[in-house]
Design a protein around this ligand. Sequence first.
Ligand SMILES: [Zn+2]
Length: 641
Amino acid sequence: MTKPETSAAALAYQKECEADLEDAKALFASLEKLGGDKTVATALEPLNALGIILDKGLNVSGLMREVHPDASLRAVAETCEQDFNKLSTELSLSRPVFDAISAIAPAKEDAVTTRYLVKLLRDFRRAGVDKDQTTRDKIRAINEEIVKLGQEFEKNIREDVRSIKLAAATELGGLPQDYIDGHKPGADGKITVTTDYPDYIPFMSYAKSDPLRLALYKEFRRRGYPKNIEVLNALLGKRYELSRLLGYDNWAAYITEDKMIRTDKAARTFIDKVANVALPRAKKDYDELLAELKKTLPGAKSVGDWQKTFIEEQLKRDKYKVDSQALRPYFPYDAVKQGILDISAKLFGLSYKRVELPVWDPSVEAYEVMVGDTLYGTFFLDMHPRQGKYKHAAAFPMRTGVAGKQTPVGALVCNFPGGDGTPGLMEHDDVETFFHEFGHLLHHILGGRQRWIGISGFNVEWDFVETPSQLLEEWAWDSAVLRTFAKDAGGEPIPEALVKKMRAARDFGKGLQARHQMFYAMLSLAYYDGDPAGKDTTAILKELQQKYSPFAYVDDTFMQYSFGHLNGYTAMYYTYMWSLVIAKDLFSVFQKQGLLNPDPATRYRQMVLEPGGSEDAAALVKKFLGRDYSFDAFAAWLNAG
Ligand SMILES: [Zn+2]
């Protein structure tokens, strides 16, 4: 493959990136040469200033390589990200800077700064700053390799859009009319259905043809294959090597150490605890699914992974009288967007102002977040699929807020229908995802007012990161909330009775889902909990899927090669469930006091979101709840309904 011609926009971005890198290097050099007394003013403030440049360099390049429509700019962003990562690693291994920070007398500082100093020194040690020169050189080299491998892994997923060809429109049987209208035969007379979400998700939910669903499922689970075979093996290998150099048994032990969970052993225990609590429920759910499947496939002995969503839909229609297709007209993209903006504004005392700012694609919108007359932050919405763009949904930080220095900036990157002249009718799942990602964004913006960049925004313990987002998902299931924006073409709000049925249907399958999630969690842990040399990732996948998931492994699929979390989250997929346990506990307060009631929302904003990472997450949660968080609300939710 030839490299794309570098465009003018890419060159301009390259220049900006290089200038920032020069500024950062100059600051770093002066920090390393720092003489005289080491104080917050002389040492910590300059380190913070350096952190601000690194934060921008890493975040913006990380986003641009995932979303920019110009392939040459994506390539420039990749290099920029590598350079900034290299400098971050240099900094984390710098003895002179470590010594300067160690020399600050913490007793003279306020509680937040004192705590931050402890965290900084721990992070330096965890990076390997106190190892000998040879070891530090090795660490530096491995870190660079890991960044490149991670980028390649994600690129191979992003760029591998697969498809199946259908011979005739009749093969779209079961799908909604707006989907059929959007899938006309091409020049070859065939209809193409791709693995991109707006194609894939409805097809797996509604397409009547079992063989075609299986075919598309296989394509979906073959993304990144075979390109990522070597990339993943190398990635696992390098992380293992790095953890050994740093004095740990393996990567999973290393990466869990500074999280709420503390050890990989505790992560295993947690995964098995959830899997066990979910087991009776999962069995009951599974039997129901199988019985339903037998109605159309009388000889069926088990429910396949490619059948579960379709059969679940059928069951929802038969038993719970909920037809997901009938829900779609209530969720046109623009109305959902406006609804989420309005509700979050009211709850958290914010206002949003649409502004014109330079964007990377014409479809991207920019908003300012205001509290009264004060600018709290800025965000971008990049919500519809396009070629070469990130395939999943995520909130990307672009600039972390620092009190008195800069307001936070972030972006939501999703793949929802719409933006193409169609009404963009969303699945209810999409609506839930929108709330989820918006929860991250609010955390980033409201928490982004700390003095020190390393504890601002959602720089909290990683296993707490998914709590604010999963908490906000609950708003997608509340009738009073939905009725504020979910209206059909005639302006009729979604009937309360329908939401009630949706909620009953939601309860179905939660045992299965919890078990399937624990399969992913154990998989991410298992790939990283020892020397990967000679390990067969597909064999491990099969074994764990059999043990945890109710749905059997499908031959010739290799989901590990498109499991993007294996790069970003590495061994920590458990964090979703860990965060959910806390989210369910927090939600119990809103459940009692009302989801549109600004009182608990204000307390939550002040006690949990605004402090960012200035205190331990457990302490923030305790302030809000008035007690320690517990497993009870989660267990009760799993067994209820
Ligand atoms: Zn999330």
